[in-house]
Design a protein around this ligand. Structure first.
Ligand SMILES: Nc1ncnc2c1ncn2[C@@H]1O[C@H](COP(=O)(O)OP(=O)(O)OP(=O)(O)O)[C@@H](O)[C@H]1O
Length: 289
């Protein structure tokens, strides 16, 4: 079951909380070069992570180390906890009353569930893009500027909006209509607008929950190209039902199976060509799920 999408008002109220800077020593090493600077440095790590909704356990003892500036795909059958895992990374599960988290979720070595972490500051560092494009009923410019304004960042807004729209491969299509409504764009353009909104505050991680599942093949292909491009500068974690998509665009793949168990996590080629676990092979080859 896919949990309900957050409404705009929920998003705004989450983002309107007081802003403090996350305790983090991450250095912005984006030099703007076109070369993919893949490293195996761990940026996100779950240790013995359990997530419950009331009495129901959605994630069971998850251990994973997600490398920076790579694309990590999260796959598995419906209800296995993929979205729950994604939402535990930037504490979106905080917005679900019954959700409870145990264990550690480290972002650059800092547990995001520590008392001194402000979820709003965290979500600035770890942005999110949802399944259905959800632009605000505002102009294209204001949609992208929204994340900046919430943080009180009102310097060089136009420049930052332009940069975000260029990075999300939308600028060329909208540069002459920035004051028109974001809702008038096509579905694929709306999703790239949401990606621009997520990257405007210059996060380090972008979480994507089936970002292309509502799009046609051409728009999907553009989003896939964009995701590969984004991984030059950002760490991308993407939930997808589409195994071909995971195989095409990801460097690492995490396979969750029923019960919220992370069964295997490895290089994408290894997972798709020679997984260690029979259950993973059965899932990949379509024997179930
Ligand atoms: N808000 C919620 N309240 C209660 N239970 C929930 C909630 N969200 C998810 N669950 C339950 O947690 C389990 C994992 O759900 P989750 O949405 O994370 O799985 P998923 O793998 O992303 O599924 P899908 O592929 O269908 O989107 C399921 O049993 C689901 O019913």
């Amino acid at each position: 079951m896919t949990p309900p999408q957050m409404s705009h008002s929920e998003t705004e109220s989450a983002a309107d909380q007081p802003d403090t800077t996350l305790d983090s020593d991450i250095v912005d090493d984006n030099d703007g070069s076109d070369q993919r600077t893949m490293t195996d440095r761990t940026l996100l790590e779950a240790r013995n992570l359990d997530v419950y909704y009331g009495d129901e356990q959605a994630l069971t003892d998850v251990d994973i180390e997600i490398p920076e500036k790579q694309v990590t795909a999260v796959i598995g059958p419906s209800g296995c906890g993929k979205s729950t895992f994604l939402r535990s990374i930037n504490r979106m599960n905080d917005l679900v009353d019954t959700a409870r988290v145990e264990g550690d979720l480290l972002f650059d070595g800092k547990n995001v569930y520590d008392d001194d972490v402000d979820p709003v500051a965290l979500r600035r560092k770890i942005g999110m893009v949802f399944q259905s494009p959800n632009p605000f009923p505002k102009s294209i410019r204001d949609n992208v500027a929204y994340g900046l304004k919430v943080q009180g960042d009102d310097e060089n807004v136009d420049e930052k909006v332009e940069t975000a729209l260029k990075r999300s491969a939308l600028w060329d299509e909208v540069e002459h209509q920035l004051d028109e409504s974001g809702l008038e764009l096509s579905g694929g353009q709306q999703q790239r607008l949401c990606i621009a909104r997520a990257i405007a505050p210059d996060p380090e991680v972008i979480l994507m929950d089936e970002p292309a599942s509502a799009l046609d093949p051409v728009a999907t292909s553009k989003i896939e190209d964009l995701i590969e491009e984004l991984a030059k500068d950002y760490t991308v974690v993407i939930v997808t039902h589409n195994m071909q998509q995971a195989a095409r665009i990801s460097d690492k793949t995490a396979v969750f199976l029923t019960g919220g168990e992370l069964v295997e996590f490895d290089d994408t080629n290894k997972i798709f060509e020679n997984p260690d676990h029979q259950r993973v092979e059965d899932y990949i080859t379509g024997k179930f799920g």
